[in-house]
Design a protein around this ligand. Structure first.
Ligand code: CP
Length: 332
């Protein structure tokens, strides 16, 4: 049994951590643009640091690992979790944040280009977190910026930090990733979180089920990519045939903002609603995840079920983003 030892005053100010300066680390000063940057050893390492971060947050709350460092939070699209968890992560590490959550109030509204915006922000900040509606925007930002750039979602492309926190959540909740059956449900065409997560999962011995309306199927290139990697995959239009074998039910929102035709959105809106009844045939030991926001695809009646892991998943986002920031600054 672990014995709780209260932190000393010195530890609170300057925690004794395995977090010295590691400027020779491969993570030091790196851009985080795609999950394809990370192999299994890297993932183990990130998750180990994330666990240390959780322990520190539970023990001392806030500590000065990144004191004096500044993060620019540049969001061209709405966000609650990613934006606020990066802000919380930086502040819990003792750093500070330039929040640009509403670009209409920045010079972007005057027509400033992305390269100019990031080269401006790096005059003031040490790392730039960017969310942008166009695929490849984070890569473009990184091309122009000398400081590290972290992709917080580029259109329907990738959302690598979300996938990292999703995988960390699975390991934390179920104790393993190998051998699991993951069922992804909802908007698999436009949902960037499922694209990144599927790629990360392909490094493990997993089976993946895809459940979506026909017009929102997982992109065929991605299915092919995973097939070449030997991942067992199956596609369905309803959940019933696979709910009993599912270890992780990963639900996504149908992304209204990505549809050009509102009528087409109306045809698929509300296709899936997960309720306590849906889980009657599910395993006792399984979890339901969702990157959020949800707009009706998981009933609030499910929130009290211990298998509903989506709020714990958000919490994991804080620790994983703290870990990534510490690593990018060469402190882990
Ligand atoms: N999961 C996620 O990306 O949520 P936000 O859009 O609120 O950041």
């Amino acid at each position: 049994m672990a014995i709780y030892v209260p932190p000393t005053e010195r530890e609170k100010k300057n925690p004794i951590l395995p977090f010295g300066d590691h400027h020779d680390s491969p993570f030091y000063s790196m851009d985080v643009l795609s999950v394809s940057q990370f192999g299994r050893d890297d993932l183990d390492y990130i998750f180990g640091v994330a666990k240390e971060m959780r322990a520190m947050v539970e023990r001392v709350g806030t500590f000065d690992l990144l004191k004096g460092k500044i993060l620019a939070n540049l969001f061209y699209e709405p966000s609650t979790r990613t934006s606020s968890s990066f802000l919380a992560a930086m502040e819990r590490l003792g750093g500070s944040v330039i929040p640009i959550n509403e670009v209409t109030y920045s010079s972007v509204s005057k027509g400033e280009s992305l390269p100019d915006t990031v080269r401006t922000l790096e005059c003031y900040a040490d790392v730039i977190v960017i969310r942008h509606p166009e695929v490849g925007s984070a890569k473009l930002a990184a091309k122009y910026a000398k400081k590290p750039v972290i992709n917080a979602g580029d259109g329907v492309g990738e959302h690598p930090t979300q996938a990292l926190l999703d995988l960390f959540t699975i390991e934390e909740e179920l104790g393993r990733i190998d051998g699991l059956t993951i069922t992804m449900l909802g908007d698999l065409k436009y949902g960037r979180t499922v694209h990144s997560l599927a790629r990360l999962l392909s490094q493990y011995d997993v089976s993946i089920n895809y459940i979506s309306p026909d017009i929102l199927r997982m992109p065929s290139e991605l299915v092919e990519e995973l097939k070449v990697g030997g991942i067992r995959q199956a596609e369905f239009s309803v959940l019933d045939p696979v709910i009993g074998e599912t270890d992780v039910l990963y639900v996504t929102r149908i992304q209204k903002e990505r549809f050009k035709d509102a009528e087409v959105y109306k045809q698929v809106k509300g296709t899936y609603v997960i309720t306590p009844d849906t889980l009657r045939k599910a395993k006792e030991e399984m979890i339901v995840m969702h990157p959020f926001p949800r707009v009706g695809e998981i009933s609030m009646d499910l929130d009290q079920d211990p298998r509903a892991a989506y709020f714990r998943q958000m919490q994991c986002g804080l620790y994983v983003r703290m870990a990534l920031l510490a690593m990018v600054f060469g402190k882990a």
